[in-house]
Design a protein around this ligand. Sequence first.
Ligand code: ZN
Length: 236
Amino acid sequence: MAGELVDGLVDLVLPATCAGCDVLAARALCQRCQEALARARPQWTRPDPEPEGLPPTFALAAYAGALSRAIVQYKEENRHELTGALGGLLARVVDRAVGGGAVVLVPVPATAAAVRKRHGDHMLRLTRAAARHVTDAVVARPLKALPRAGDSAELSAARRAIAAREAFAVRPDRAAALRRHLGRAGAAVVLVDDIVTTGATLAAATHRLAEAGVRVDRAVVLAATQRHRETGRRGR
Ligand SMILES: [Zn+2]
C-alpha cells in the first residue's frame, strides 16, 4: 500500500518519457535530445512570402524533430516541466537576435480560451523563463488577444493580415508604462512566440504595438516551419 502510494507520487513528479523522442527518461528531455537542442544555432529566418511589417525574426531551429515534439508536448499536453528547458533555448535566440544590452520581451498573448485549455498563458510562462537567462531583460504585456474569428488558413495574404491584426488589442495603460520605460532605459523590444509559420501573427502584433507608439526591433521564436528560408548569413 505504502509502496503503491510512493509509486503514484513518483509518477506525478517525474515525466515518464522524454518530450523530444519518447524514450523513458527521468527528466522532461533525455540527454540526447538536450544535447541535440544545445547544438542548434539560432538563425535569422523569414517566411516566404514575407508579410509586410515583419520585424527581423530569429528562430532556434526548424520546426522538426525533438524541438517540434517538445513544443507540442509543452503546449498541447500541458507538460509544464518543459518550461525551464524551452525558456533557456528561447533565451539563446534572444541573445542571437539582439546581441546584448537591455531588452524588453513581449510575449504574443494567448486568447482567454487558450489560457483555459492550457492552464495558463503558455508564451507568458516561457517568456518569463527566458528572461531569467538573459542578462538585462524585463517582460512586458502591452497586448491582449481577442477571441479568434475562425481559421485563417483559407484566406488570402491580405485578408489574413487584417484578421491577424483584429486578433490583438493594445492595453493602453501598459503600453504607456512600456513607452515610459523605453524612454528611460532605451531597451530593444523583442516580440516572443513559439513558432513562426506565415509570420502574420508577428507582423500583426508589431503593427498593433506601432499604433501604440512602441517599435518592435526583433521577433524571436523557438521554431520556424519549413516554408522559411534560413537567412543567417544576411543577419550577421
Ligand atoms: Zn529524447
